[in-house]
Design a protein around this ligand. Structure first.
Ligand SMILES: Cc1cc2nc3c(=O)[nH]c(=O)nc-3n(C[C@H](O)[C@H](O)[C@H](O)COP(=O)(O)OP(=O)(O)OC[C@H]3O[C@@H](n4cnc5c(N)ncnc54)[C@H](O)[C@@H]3O)c2cc1C
Length: 418
């Protein structure tokens, strides 16, 4: 069996790349070792973040860094044993967050983010997936006047990048989210983002669209990838069927560098692990209608179809070492005092890894020195949001068309050793 392109990885990014390539007239094989949308694109907070034009910054304030160094913060923790492998990418991340470098990165990042909702909407409409989306925005909640003041100070930069939001005082917050107990200093309602009530189902809906458009999904291991003698590529599915392909897109999220390393490309990917847990909605009590970030504490609550999902911030560690879900336990204890929260619904906290690149930008474009191989990975905190825009941009690059935005800052060469 012969295809023009195989996309490896059926998370949000891979599925969207595969659809856009089909729409450009390519025959496309999509391969994953599992079903589509079962990994990072399943476990996230479900936000389609039209507001996230400014990527997640490395903190510089001593008031944040000092407690973080002693693992005393809820929003970020690290594994001491992982430090030898983390120091280099974290140092590079820190350096990319100098004010001048960060500002220029935020402009590039914003260009992709600004494309995202329109790109999602096209797929949502084509897939008939409107019922999976709530167009309600999300809220950064501030408990104290000091926290609110600090949060509001960042808003000018968002305004300059065209983001819509409404600043809420404590009464307004209580009015729009009656589930929140107590009186708080207020918040910011990011009005444009959407919530997916079941992130994995949205990826599966897009995958069904891919199949309806004529794409072929198979289960198989990307590790089976080999150059064939005819200058094309070979893969094997789980039935050991041999598949011949002209071009390959690596969209394996946190696993991408395992495959690129075989072709001499080792991007400095590191992982911000994250956990989630679902909770029952207590009967007869108000529910959150939007996702709410308890900003001064550092966790996110999203009302999902299956229950309220609490997602944790970053756990800096190696991708595969065993779970240490202390952030979930601590977030749960805090959230129980903030909103009505029922029993845990999952046997164990889910764990995933945000695939992060030190300059905060995904890697999109040809893999240097390996003709026919393409990259679409490293989307860090916003891959669920950026999948469809990445698909559109990469499909344009692969078919020799002009891209909607300048892609030079996203290309893989930026990490290629001379
Ligand atoms: C706690 C948490 C909360 C988050 N919240 C948000 C949010 O609200 N909004 C947002 O935009 N982003 C969010 N993110 C980030 C987002 O989830 C990721 O950036 C995004 O899901 C990455 O998508 P992906 O397709 O690159 O990777 P994945 O979804 O992980 O897909 C990679 C695929 O590759 C497959 N694969 C791996 N190895 C192989 C192999 N050898 N052979 C075949 N297949 C293989 C896997 O099975 C998987 O399906 C969050 C992340 C976390 C952890």
């Amino acid at each position: 069996m012969k295809y023009d392109v195989a996309v490896l990885g059926a998370g949000m990014v891979g599925v969207c790349v595969a659809i856009h390539l089909l729409q450009q007239g390519r025959s496309v094989l999509l391969m994953d070792r599992n079903d589509a949308g079962e990994e990072t694109s399943y476990g996230n907070a479900g936000l389609l973040q039209q507001e996230a034009v400014r990527p997640y910054e490395f903190p510089h304030e001593p008031s944040v860094l000092l407690p973080a160094a002693f693992n005393l913060r809820l929003d970020v923790r690290y594994h001491l044993t992982a430090l030898p492998k983390l120091i280099q990418p974290l140092w590079s991340y820190f350096r990319h967050c100098s004010p001048r470098r960060y500002e220029s990165i935020a402009q590039e990042y914003g260009h992709i983010i600004n494309m995202t909702l329109a790109c999602h909407q096209e797929l949502i409409s084509a897939a008939g997936a409107e019922q999976l989306i709530r167009k309600v925005g999300w809220i950064s909640l501030y408990r104290t006047a000091k926290g609110r003041h600090k949060g509001l100070r960042t808003l000018d930069a968002y305004t300059r990048q065209g983001v819509n939001f409404k600043v809420l005082n404590g009464d307004e917050l209580a009015e729009i989210e009656p589930a929140i107990k107590g009186h708080h200093a207020g918040g910011v309602h990011w009005q444009d983002p959407w919530i997916a009530g079941h992130p994995g189902q949205l990826v599966k809906a897009y995958t069904n669209l891919f199949k309806q458009l004529g794409g072929v999904f198979v289960q198989g291991d990307a590790g089976s990838l080999k150059r064939s003698h005819q200058q094309s590529w070979q893969l094997r599915d789980h039935q050991d069927t041999l598949l011949e392909v002209d071009e390959i897109v690596i969209a394996l999220g946190p696993w991408s560098a395992e495959i690129t390393a075989r072709f001499g490309y080792r991007p400095p990917m590191f992982f911000k692990r994250g956990y989630h847990m679902h909770y029952q909605y207590p009967a007869g009590q108000p529910r959150l209608t939007r996702a709410v970030q308890d900003s001064e504490k550092g966790y996110m609550m999203t009302p999902m179809d299956a229950g309220l999902r609490i997602c944790t911030g970053a756990e800096l560690g190696l991708r595969d070492t065993p779970s240490t879900p202390v952030q979930i336990d601590r977030a749960e204890a805090i959230a129980r005092k903030l909103i009505p929260l029922g029993e845990r619904l999952d046997a164990e906290p889910w764990r995933g890894a945000r695939p992060c690149i030190p300059d905060m930008k995904p890697i999109i474009g040809p893999l240097p020195g390996a003709p026919g191989l393409w990259c679409a990975f490293g989307h860090g905190h916003q891959g669920f949001t950026m999948g469809p825009a990445t698909g559109k941009l990469l499909a344009a690059m692969m078919t020799g068309q002009t891209t909607d935005i300048d892609m030079s800052g996203f290309r893989a060469e930026r990490f290629k050793k001379p």
